[in-house]
Write a protein that binds this ligand. Structure first.
Ligand SMILES: Cc1cc2nc3c(=O)[nH]c(=O)nc-3n(C[C@H](O)[C@H](O)[C@H](O)COP(=O)(O)O)c2cc1C
Ligand code: SF4
Length: 481
């Protein structure tokens, strides 16, 4: 993963944990209405893909175990990982693109309710993503994938496409840089990746016509499975975030100006809202900033936030960065991964950082976005995430009006009981995340996600479920109270 060049190592800041009485009177552990549903407390486990679904996208016993473990820490809300809305193969990522996925998801909901004693509200994040291919071997790229054009024929002086391919294959990088287009070079060096601006492709042109319906049916299935709500994934490197991005130059009314870029997300929201019942919460996750050159700014995000709130969304969860545009070149045979560049760092900052450090980098931008939404007269709850790890930090953010709900991904993975420990006045027993991103490295390699702080602990104890290679435990050890 990319790290800021300053390479300053930030130790974990000291924390003061509350007594049970202090927690009981805190803002963090006070209830909050999220549209039609009520959170018992303002704590939130955001979406985290654990790479534990079946190859065809179904809920597995390992998925149930993962969510059961978080639910035992009884957060106010638990958001199930990014779940694909299309009925297409996508490896061991959860899917909701057909009714056949509903029974497994219903079992997941029941598991969370049981494990949290009914306290945790359970939402599911629904996602669309475009095609991305692995970085090819150059021989494969030139012999199979490249579409030969007149530009190539002229450059190598042949009209025979087989000869053109072979000649291109023999060229130096500097010649290729002259001959290939920017996109062709990218496909060679990173692997082919579709964009929402690829208007020469019929399926991309049609996205505004197909996505509202796909999201709406997915949300309807989520409701049928018993979820309390959906989180529309409008963040990071995926289709909907690319519509919102300032890099979206579509000229069909769904790009360009802020109003054009937010149009499809609003249409998706309205289609979803129309399809589900009134007691079902609908919100979205989007970016406080793209954190790439020419990307969306906090001002854009404030504009979008006001639009989403005015449209009636029940919550807005704000992340930052995590884009493909600045991702590192993958190894041959691997696909680019959106959390490997500077914007990826902004999304999941590590302990090796710049002077600002990894803790709460998203707080100030989110506070500005929330202020704009409040100034426009909307009380939509705002969820903030990114390096949040302590009680005083949380209280300050909530009391100063920076956000309404506190989300912690990695700290919850390090210790799924941490919210409960704080609430019970047992904060000194919290296992604190050290922000090394070992977990994120596993995610990048599509390996079952675990935490370095506990995945080798008690491996030989009876009944400990292990990763497929048998080397790590799959779940955090129990908290023996
Ligand atoms: C292993 C892993 C998987 C993640 N998967 C998702 C995801 O499916 N959807 C999403 O919006 N964010 C995802 N994230 C980002 C987190 O939700 C969160 O925004 C980010 O880790 C920053 O919060 P933190 O500092 O509390 O970890 C993932 C993070 C990790 C570490
Ligand atoms: S592996 Fe564990 S300690 Fe390291 S960043 Fe992930 S959650 Fe935190």
């Amino acid at each position: 993963m990319w790290k800021p060049p300053e390479r300053i190592r930030h130790p974990l800041p000291p924390v003061r944990w509350p007594t049970a009485a202090r927690a009981a009177s805190s803002k963090l552990f006070s209830p909050l209405a999220l549209g039609p549903i009520e959170l018992a407390e303002r704590t939130w486990v955001p979406a985290m893909v654990p790479w534990r679904a079946s190859e065809d996208g179904f809920v597995t016993p390992e998925i149930l175990g993962w969510y059961e473990r978080f639910a035992r820490g009884r957060p106010g809300a638990l958001v199930v990982e990014a779940t694909g809305i299309r009925d297409i193969p996508s490896g061991p990522l959860l899917r909701i693109g057909d009714d056949r996925f509903v029974p497994g998801l219903a079992e997941l909901v029941r598991t969370v309710r049981r494990a949290s004693g009914g306290r945790t509200r359970v939402l599911i994040q629904v996602i669309d993503f475009l095609t991305i291919r692995r970085r090819p071997e150059p021989t494969k790229y030139f012999r199979r994938y490249l579409e030969v054009t007149d530009r190539h024929r002229r450059a190598v002086g042949s009209d025979d496409d087989l000869t053109v391919r072979e000649r291109l294959l023999e060229l130096e990088e500097s010649d290729l840089e002259r001959i290939l287009t920017e996109r062709e070079l990218e496909s060679l060096r990173f692997g082919y990746r579709e964009r929402v601006t690829d208007m020469h492709l019929e399926p991309i042109r049609r996205l505004p016509r197909v996505l509202p319906e796909l999201f709406a049916t997915a949300a309807r299935r989520a409701e049928a499975a018993g979820f309390d709500g959906v989180e529309l994934h409008f963040a990071h490197a995926y289709t909907m975030a690319s519509f919102l991005s300032a890099r979206n130059t579509r000229e069909d009314g769904y790009g360009g100006s802020r109003g054009g870029r937010v149009r499809l997300p609003l249409e998706v929201y309205r289609a979803v809202r129309d399809r589900v019942g009134e007691s079902f919460a609908v919100g979205c996750r989007y970016l406080s900033e793209d954190c790439i050159r020419g990307g969306t700014t906090v001002e854009d995000a404030a504009f979008f936030g006001v639009e989403f709130a005015a449209a009636g969304m029940d919550f807005l969860s704000l992340s930052r960065g995590g884009k493909f545009e600045d991702a590192k070149q993958p190894r041959i045979g691997w696909a680019a991964y959106p959390y490997t560049g500077p914007s990826g760092y902004e999304c999941m900052p590590t302990a090796i950082s710049d002077e600002r450090g990894p803790f709460g980098r998203n707080v100030e931008p989110v506070a500005r976005i929330r202020a704009a939404i409040r100034a426009a007269g909307h009380s939509t709850p705002i969820v903030v995430a990114g390096g949040l790890h302590g009680f005083d930090q949380a209280e300050t953010i909530l009391r100063e009006g920076g956000a309404d709900v506190l989300a912690a991904a990695r700290q919850s993975l390090a210790d799924p009981d941490w919210f409960l420990k704080m609430r019970l006045g047992r904060g000194s027993e919290v296992r604190r995340c050290v922000y090394t991103n070992y977990c994120e490295g596993l995610d990048q390699k599509h390996k079952q996600v675990t935490c370095q702080l506990w995945d080798r602990e008690g491996l030989d104890e009876p009944g400990v479920a292990r990763t497929s290679d048998g080397k790590r435990r799959l779940l955090a050890p129990d908290w023996r109270r």
